[in-house]
Design a protein. Structure first.
Length: 133
């Protein structure tokens, strides 16, 4: 029966370790979301810095489950970045059309670092080129 007790204790320890890892990932996700304002709707989210942090996390000693979750977070950030580029395109085009081309170009340029590491950086560059015409 000592073997059975050891087996039960091992399961309890394993479960506890898994719970701590889950909590640790959730805490990390919350930290990145808050630090880089990923939930903000006002154009202040910094997608590139969030991507950099998730890539650092992936390069570390994360478990395969955590790596899968982190990859999902990266995908979500890129989806949000695409939406933000589309919003930037609309806002800057409206500004340009109202005779404020220089302001529109400046608005787009100031957002460059937000999109540098995203999958939609080429889209951002297209927006900038369109506004500069």
């Amino acid at each position: 029966d000592l073997g059975k007790q050891i087996e039960i204790l091992q399961k309890v320890i394993d479960t506890s370790v898994q719970m701590k890892k889950r909590e640790s990932f959730q805490v990390r996700r919350q930290e990145i979301t808050e630090k880089h304002k990923l939930a903000a709707k006002d154009g202040s989210a910094h997608y590139s810095n969030a991507i950099r942090e998730w890539k650092d996390f992936l390069a570390g000693s994360a478990s395969s489950d955590e790596k899968t979750k982190a990859q999902g977070e990266l995908n979500n950030i890129n989806v949000r970045a695409k939406e933000a580029v589309n919003t930037l395109r609309t806002r800057s085009t409206n500004l340009k059309d109202s005779g404020k081309k220089d302001d529109a170009v400046e608005m787009v340029k100031k957002d460059r670092t937000r999109f540098e590491l995203t999958d939609v950086y080429s889209e951002y560059e297209k927006v900038l080129a369109e506004i500069q015409k």
